[in-house]
Ligand binder design. Structure first.
Ligand SMILES: Cc1cc2nc3c(=O)[nH]c(=O)nc-3n(C[C@H](O)[C@H](O)[C@H](O)COP(=O)(O)OP(=O)(O)OC[C@H]3O[C@@H](n4cnc5c(N)ncnc54)[C@H](O)[C@@H]3O)c2cc1C
Length: 453
């Protein structure tokens, strides 16, 4: 059977990786990207300068043979480094010794994927913006940087054009029963760069994801190879303490001096950055169906944009590519079966990681500084250490266990939370948290619910 010619809209992280998988399967792949080639000219950064890459993403990168190269340009983060309002610090490991997530530059990772794709004969056309899709003629209608209209034909089209996908809009506009939900959280974000010290010295602990949790909002920072950190302030748009109130230099100075005093000496140009860098919003998108017969499929953020608090958006998109590739292996050229199975498998997982990510916002900004929450995590870590086959903490299921589907991780985490709520009600639990009785109670509850891990 003749292989389909495949077009992909979007040469971001997911579209570029997908093109590599498909070309390795012997397809002719053409990728169309709205922006200029990021390797040749600096293009507007878009969002987050660096990202946390974890095991799901690494698994996919391994499958296309690029994981080792990417890990070389990444910085392992072994846990959260918490900065409390009183100036004290605490380190909370993410998992067992040796387990870490990796801070990687978005642009360097994207550029590596583009290089590898080109080495596999993927064709790229930049500065072509998808405006609409003619589903009868199987044509995408693009606009180039001179506002000229260009039409291209496809056999099979993938929409990997991000959270505000034009491909998804074109799909939605000519579909009778397309479901679409988008919602924003009441916080936006602003990036603040924390420069390196003399000779590229890291001025904060290098191998950690830094968090300044302040209940309703937080600042986080991820390390970069040049010794700098990319800080991100997640902060309400409106209200007593919000972006709308920080409109003068003195208000910004006062806010940072009072709330993040240890950050102030690290960022000499805070005012300039604060007023220059944009405020961006955080959207969750859930939609369905993702496919049209054997002709079209959404994936990555275009299918399931999520908030970044579990560091999983890109990882989930990379996992999409890996799952799709597995289905091509199973079904050959039967694209109806491939695409149907793909959305059936991935939709519940995408919904689950969207919910987990929202929940993690509350955990990061409020609970990481709460002694009772930390005690709960200590008990869970102990149970995991002693019974790794029976209890894997939710964070580790999502981040370090690609073999566990997001939808299973969500179900398991809800059951675990119910058990832990009971445990935390034990009188004076802080004195007996590592006692045989507590362990026995957890094991007994697990026994009652055999389906739990
Ligand atoms: C602040 C923040 C922090 C994040 N941190 C993490 C993290 O730590 N870990 C993690 O796993 N994920 C993280 N994410 C999520 C991650 O950024 C996304 O999940 C990931 O970028 C999705 O990749 P994508 O290729 O699907 O979409 P995108 O990266 O958005 O790429 C889409 C591409 O399509 C192009 N495009 C758009 N419209 C058109 C059009 N009409 N025609 C042609 N081309 C078009 C765009 O120019 C872009 O190149 C974070 C997100 C944010 C906002």
């Amino acid at each position: 059977m003749k292989k389909k010619n495949i077009s992909i809209i979007g040469a971001g992280l997911v579209g570029s990786l997908l093109s590599i998988y498909l070309s390795k399967r012997g397809y002719q792949v053409h990728v169309f990207e709205r922006r200029a080639d990021m390797r040749k000219q600096v293009v507007e950064a878009g969002r987050s300068i660096n990202l946390a890459l974890s095991d799901r993403g690494i698994k996919a990168l391994k499958e296309v043979g690029i994981a080792d190269e990417v890990i070389k340009i990444a910085i392992p983060m072994e846990g959260r480094h918490i900065h409390n309002p009183d100036g004290s610090h605490a380190f909370q490991p993410y998992g067992k010794e040796g387990q870490s997530i990796h801070s990687v530059s978005r642009s360097e990772l994207n550029a590596k994927l583009l290089d590898l794709a080109e080495a596999h004969d993927v064709q790229f056309s930049f500065q072509l913006k998808c405006n609409s899709i003619d589903w009868k003629k199987n044509q995408v209608i693009f606009e180039d940087d001179q506002n000229k209209t260009i039409e291209t034909a496809f056999d099979l089209l993938f929409g990997a054009d991000g959270a505000y996908s034009s491909a998804r809009l074109a799909h939605m506009m000519s579909h009778n029963t397309f479901e679409y939900h988008q919602y924003y959280i009441d916080c936006g974000y602003k990036e603040i760069s924390i420069p390196a010290g003399a000779n590229g010295q890291f001025l904060l602990e290098k191998n950690a994801l830094h968090i300044w949790p302040r209940k309703e909002y937080m600042l986080i920072a991820l390390p970069n190879l040049d010794g700098s950190f990319t800080g991100t302030l997640f902060f309400p748009f409106e209200g007593e303490l919000s972006f709308e109130k920080l409109t003068t230099e003195s208000a910004v100075k006062r806010f940072f001096n009072e709330t993040f005093p240890d950050v102030v000496p690290l960022v000499p140009d805070m005012d300039q950055q604060f007023f220059h860098n944009p405020i961006a919003s955080l959207v969750t998108v859930k939609c369905f169906p993702w496919i049209r017969a054997d002709q079209f499929c959404l994936l990555g953020d275009a299918a399931h944009a999520i908030v970044p608090f579990f560091g999983q958006g890109m990882n989930a998109g990379f996992e999409d590519c890996s799952v799709l590739d597995g289905l091509i292996g199973e079904h050959g050229e039967d694209w109806i079966s491939i695409l149907r199975n793909f959305q059936e498998l991935r939709k519940p997982d995408a919904d689950a990681i969207a919910d987990l990510a929202i929940n993690n916002f509350i955990e990061m900004r409020a609970k990481t500084a709460d002694p009772r929450f930390l005690l709960q995590k200590k008990i869970e870590a102990r149970i995991h250490e002693r019974h790794p086959d029976k209890w894997i903490p939710a964070y580790a299921q999502v981040t370090f266990s690609p073999g566990i589907r997001y939808s299973e991780a969500l179900k398991n985490s809800m059951k675990q939370e119910a058990i832990m709520q009971e445990v935390m009600r034990i009188p004076e639990i802080e004195k007996h948290w590592d006692s045989p009785n507590v362990e026995a109670q957890v094991l007994q509850r697990l026994e009652q619910d055999k389906s739990l891990l």
